[in-house]
Design a protein around this ligand. Structure first.
Ligand code: ADP
Ligand code: SF4
Length: 682
């Protein structure tokens, strides 16, 4: 197949200062939780994007100096020449596939707490350091010598970047994380000297650094500027009109403008809160200010939309972080006319949780993300089957579908038996909940791939039992039967069942997804799960006009979603909908006519009148079939939620892992399950 001529425009080369990108696909800098700790894994991941056709592939934010130390987060470092070989490995991997390598140099100012280096953070003006834990650290105001030193450090890092082989060297003023934004914004710059006050003064440092970076490396490297178009603080911070004025002042100085929103949570909005192209209103005014290429993001996965934004003059290159994570081969698939093979990002931000938990990046749609080097997984390829084997997969949820797809790709004869009348398991159910429609893509992409494989057959409405599995006479049986929500209240707060009066009306998320509704209009949701489900059910029931109280032992609603950048949006939207939030509290006892709530600190009890309850606590693996059948044969494996309930991303990964490992010599428990990079002693 070849590319549809409608998409030719996406494959035009773009000149960026002294370098030329071979097409308009631009992987903007994005974090990945690997950084300086896992450089070979990071290099392989970036190389994969280049192999998949992204003309520009950038690093994440890279600390330029020990005063820019963002510990505990693991980003790249370029503090001294010692860091250059690590970066050279990255640029080599990107260059192997003729893509341009970009580096996002970063000084994080007051958002670098310097826990590792123990340097005192600095900022345009004295202020508390911004950090996840609200560390008791303050940033000091920079004097003129500090400003000169910062400029010198940036130039030194730019020269090291060039020596490491980068083709684009960023000046970063985005996401509230780059110090040049801190100078530019009246929210963080209260200086009275020539670096503060008027916009011209606040932009002075950014202008100086662009000039100096160009002077240092501009002969060979392009110098893009990444800038935040809006801080969402109203007139107290940066707004598009003022940022446009700043861009107009410096319009032709950088080689490219890379536009984003601030904070990161506003920039990487999830599909629950925004659509593809959500940044267009903020960035559409920039192209008329400059002749330099403009890059923007907005979770673009549709080539028609990409063509539209280029033809409408909103941007010159399609910037992407998440779409390139979910499908590193997105450009190649458009080029080869294989649009239905595109694995579209679902906008869940599980990728971001890797960075927030300082662990290698993971992706719900692309289980090979972060596994390219350590497990040798490829997003598009898998080794061929070792001999002919007949495999039965029981359950067509995300784990079963991914296992069947990948085993089918290997060439095995695979049959999937699913009890329900539609495939997708929990994804098919959860994507009907408010805001989660895009999650259906996890099923849709896999079903499409399975339908293309003649050696994989899927049967719906096929409830399997010990007997029917045995009759099937498979060489291997994969049990992917999922999980169900507990009804007894056991999760993190309660290790023993809550006392529940049999006359009380108590439901679980499964009941809600099955269409059952509480009997009372007044509902207490007890969320001891802390991910999205409690908040989503609160939204659903509130929109159905119930009086909803969400009780959580945590101090925040859906507290894990801090790591997916959604927590603030979730709590804000629930409060605006009129959901009552009772934090630091647990459901203690459920009677027919009242509920006892207890404070997690004092144990003080508060009684609530007649309510229905929804318990969003933890899940049981549905593993009865595994246990009954596995007794008869050792050729049975359980995967996904049936093995241990977790995220959809974990279920997909589990399916892929089974398919990758199948047929390979078994590894002893004491053997390393994958490659890791161990620092040699110096
Ligand atoms: P996972 O996240 O591990 O993929 P899910 O809960 O999403 O798990 O999917 C499990 C699927 O298995 C569901 O679609 C369910 O209908 C199906 N299933 C459960 N038990 C059986 C069974 N005995 N026979 C066939 N399908 C089953
Ligand atoms: Fe998209 Fe979710 Fe994958 Fe991130 S983890 S790239 S948001 S599908």
């Amino acid at each position: 197949m070849s590319r549809d001529p409608r998409y030719d425009i996406l494959f035009e080369p773009v000149r960026i200062g002294p370098v030329t990108a071979r097409n308009r696909f631009y992987q903007v800098p994005h974090c990945n939780g690997m950084g300086w700790r896992d450089p070979s894994a990071l290099a392989a991941m970036r190389g994969m994007k280049a192999e998949g056709g992204w003309a520009v592939v950038c690093t994440e934010m890279t600390e330029i100096h020990p005063t820019a130390d963002v510990t505990p987060y693991v980003e790249l470092r370029l503090w001294s020449d010692d860091d250059i070989p690590m970066h050279r490995r990255i640029t080599e991997k990107i260059h192997e596939h003729n893509s341009l390598a970009g580096i996002e140099l970063c000084h994080s100012g007051y958002t670098a707490v310097n826990l590792w280096s123990r340097e005192i953070p600095f900022a345009p003006s004295a202020m508390p350091a911004a950090s996840y834990f609200n560390d008791p650290v303050q940033a000091r105001a920079m004097d003129k010598q500090d400003i000169r030193n910062l400029r010198r450090a940036h130039t030194a890092a730019a020269l090291r970047s060039r020596a490491a082989g980068y083709d684009l060297v960023y000046v970063y003023a985005g996401h509230g994380l780059g110090i040049f934004q801190h100078f530019l914004s009246r929210a963080t710059n209260f200086r009275a000297d020539e670096y503060g006050g008027s916009l011209e003064n606040r932009a002075r440092l950014l202008r100086e650094v662009i000039e100096e970076t160009k002077e240092a490396v501009g002969d060979r490297c392009a110098v893009p500027v990444r800038i935040a178009m809006n801080e969402f603080l109203g007139a107290d911070g940066l707004e598009p009109a003022e940022v446009e004025d700043a861009i107009a002042m410096m319009a032709e100085m950088p080689d490219l403008w890379d536009l984003s929103l601030s904070s990161w949570a506003k920039d990487s909005q999830t599909s629950r809160f925004s659509e593809e192209g959500f940044q267009e209103p903020y960035i559409k005014g920039v192209k008329k200010l400059t002749t330099k290429p403009v890059v923007g993001v907005g979770r673009y996965t549709s080539p028609d939309t990409m063509v539209r934004v280029i033809k409408q003059g909103i941007m010159d290159m399609i910037g992407a972080a998440r779409p390139s994570i979910a499908d590193p081969f997105l450009p190649k698939k458009i080029e080869e006319g294989r649009l239905d093979d595109i694995r579209e990002c679902i906008g869940c931000n599980v990728c971001v949780t890797g960075d927030y938990t300082m662990s290698p990046i993971r992706c719900t749609q692309n289980p090979s993300m972060g596994e390219e080097w350590r497990r040798g997984w490829h997003p598009e390829k898998i080794r061929q089957a070792e001999g002919a084997r007949k495999i039965l997969v029981v359950g067509a949820g995300p784990s079963g579908l991914e296992a069947a797809r990948a085993l089918g790709q290997r060439g095995y004869e695979v049959t999937v038996a699913e009890a329900a009348s539609e495939a997708g398991g929990r994804v098919a159910r959860e994507c009907k909940l408010p805001g989660l429609a895009a999650w259906g893509r996890v099923r849709d992409w896999r079903m499409l791939q399975i339908n293309k494989l003649p050696n994989v057959s899927l049967y719906l409405e096929s409830q399997m039992t010990e007997g029917t599995i045995a009759e099937f006479e498979a060489d291997h049986v994969v049990i992917a039967t999922g999980s169900s929500w507990r009804r007894d209240g056991i999760a993190r707060h309660h290790s023993r069942p809550i006392q529940i009066d049999p006359a009380a009306d108590v439901l679980t998320p499964d009941d809600i997804m099955d269409g059952r509704r509480p009997k009372n209009k007044s509902i207490v949701i007890f969320d001891d799960d802390h991910y999205y489900m409690g908040g989503v059910i609160a939204e659903l029931l509130r929109k159905e006009d119930c009086d909803v109280t969400l009780v959580t032992p945590s101090y925040l609603v859906s507290s894990f979603t801090k790591a997916s950048l959604e927590q603030s949006a979730i709590q804000t939207s629930l409060l605006k909908l009129g959901v009552e939030i009772v934090a630091n509290t647990a459901v203690q006892e459920i009677s027919a006519d009242h509920v006892d709530l207890s404070c997690v600190f004092t144990g003080n009890i508060q009684k609530r009148g007649s309510s229905s309850l929804v318990l969003v606590t933890s899940r049981y693996p549905k593993d009865e079939l595994f246990h009954s059948f596995a007794i008869k044969t050792s050729s049975t494996t359980r995967i996904g939620d049936c093995y241990s309930p977790g995220t959809i991303a974990a279920a997909v990964h589990s399916g892929r892992k089974f398919a990758e490992d199948f047929g390979a010599p078994p590894k002893d428990f004491l053997e390393m399950p994958y490659r890791r990079e161990v620092t040699r002693l110096s």
